[in-house]
Design a binder for this molecule. Structure first.
Ligand code: PLP
Length: 453
């Protein structure tokens, strides 16, 4: 590509003229101007101005193996030469989705042995929603079709993904949601716990909200509960340890399927292949994407448990669902190589035993006493720094409704790319980070906070 022939101003003018960005206020973008990222290596990205920015978000929670992986480029190139595309419809397949499915069955929880592919997390959640409802229909119980989700959930931005999600601003623009999806409180103690309520009790109370919703709808009408093990885009909201075991118990008690959305937490981020394993959850489906290919190719994989898969096979009949790019051979070749790299370099063990705990300790030691920091939460290489005006009252840093860009911009100016969800600064770095990278990040976040004071 010859972007070098263009100045930043020219690129911005062309971008303004022709490119609508996702999740963007375009009026604001035109006033502020876009940043143009042109290259990346290891943990860093570089923009047109030559700024080296530490990418604490792994792109968009996805570049788990880090940037500049020649092996992934080679895997894609070799597959494109041999067979750039063929589908897996109509009694056909290609080798890479077949072999990737075998590998995913090997690394996922024991009851999961089948995989359905898409190109994005949103698509995969559409698949999951249709599949759980189809399951109950095949079982002769089509009335069991309500799905329970949570406030602040993010399950993608297709109509089904948005309906499943619990983002108020997105719902306001739905103009007609997918029916029979209900939302309950999320297990976010920092904001929702009562004064004096222990984390443990709060976790049980948040799980009870799910049980109440099942009872209100009638268990005979409820197909499934869906949740991210840790709510990512909602603000890295980490539930108390009591929450998921109780959710599992409730789902079993009422015969409600358990759908996990591990689009962010999958592929090593919490120190196991999947958070289901870190948290000992036995789901019926796991939605995965992002880290599956480290973002080098668009690919999602819905991991399907035996209960659903066996019914699909035993009852037969076509499941009228799929995408042209389901099981795309190039994307699957990249995923296979990406998983090989993660295994070979022991990246997940490193997160669990070294960099994950180190990140938590370093953030708390380096920033815990900062006057703008209300809370620091981490799990593996996922972290949130809660920014407040007043530590004791937890008064929000920015007035409600204002754009959460202030600290994000200070962070970029300090050489670190983070994401802002309201007043929560978020990190989800590549798994290749070392202790030195963590130290660099803490120092740069400290600078950003000082700029915001
Ligand atoms: N589910 C979760 C938990 C996510 O975080 C995301 C994206 O951030 C999605 C689904 C949607 O994935 P995609 O943007 O690939 O459609």
């Amino acid at each position: 590509m010859t972007y070098q022939n263009y100045s930043l101003d020219q690129l911005r003018a062309i971008d303004n003229a022709h490119h609508l960005h996702p999740f963007t206020d375009h009026k604001d973008l035109r006033a502020a101007g876009t940043r143009v990222v042109v290259s990346a290596e290891g943990p860093f990205v570089y923009d047109t101005e030559g700024n080296e920015i530490l990418d604490a978000m792994a792109g968009l929670w996805c570049v788990n193996a880090g940037y500049g992986r020649e092996e992934l480029v080679e895997a894609a190139t070799a597959q494109m030469r041999e067979l750039p595309y063929y589908n897996s419809f109509f009694r056909c397949t290609t080798p890479t989705p077949t072999l990737l499915s075998q590998k995913l069955a090997e690394i996922s929880p024991g009851n999961i042995n089948q995989v359905f592919y898409g190109s994005s997390g949103s698509e995969s959640n559409d698949t999951a929603l249709r599949l759980v409802r189809h399951y109950w229909a095949l079982e002769g119980r089509p009335e069991k079709n309500i799905v329970i989700s949570r406030n602040w959930a993010y399950h993608g931005s297709t109509i089904a993904g948005t309906s499943l999600g619990g983002m108020e601003a997105m719902h306001a623009q739905l103009y007609g949601a997918v029916p029979n999806i209900r939302h309950v409180m999320c297990p976010y103690a920092y904001e929702n716990a009562e004064p004096g309520e222990s984390d443990h009790d709060f976790g049980l109370r948040a799980a009870k909200a799910v049980e109440d919703a099942i009872l209100e709808a009638g268990a005979e009408n409820v197909a499934a509960f869906i949740g991210e093990p840790i709510q990512g885009a909602g603000g890295v909201k980490i539930p108390p340890a009591s929450y998921w075991p109780e959710i599992q118990r409730i789902c079993e008690k009422y015969d409600v399927l358990l759908m996990l959305d591990e689009v962010i937490t999958g592929y090593g981020r919490t120190g196991e292949w999947f958070a289901a394993q870190s948290m000992n959850i036995k789901p019926d489906t796991i939605t995965t994407a992002k880290g599956l290919t480290s973002g080098y190719q668009p690919l999602s994989a819905l991991l399907v448990g035996d209960r659903i898969a066996n019914t699909l096979v035993e009852k037969g009949g076509e499941f009228y669902h799929g995408y042209t790019y389901s099981g795309h051979p190039v994307a699957c070749a990249v995923a296979l190589k990406n998983i090989e790299i993660i295994e070979r370099e022991g990246l997940i063990d490193r997160v669990r035993e070294d960099t994950g705990p180190y990140l938590g300790d370093a953030l708390k030691a380096g920033l815990g006493d900062h006057p703008l920091v209300g809370e620091i939460r981490t799990c593996g290489l996922l972290a949130a720094v809660e920014i407040v005006r007043d530590k004791s009252t937890r008064e929000r840093f920015q007035p409600a409704g204002s754009a959460p860009v202030v600290i994000r911009d200070h962070a970029i100016a300090s050489g670190i790319m983070m994401r802002a969800v309201m007043d929560t600064m978020i990190m989800s770095p590549p798994l290749i980070w070392t202790r030195e990278t963590v130290d660099m990040a803490v120092e740069r976040i400290g600078k950003a906070l000082d700029l915001a004071q």
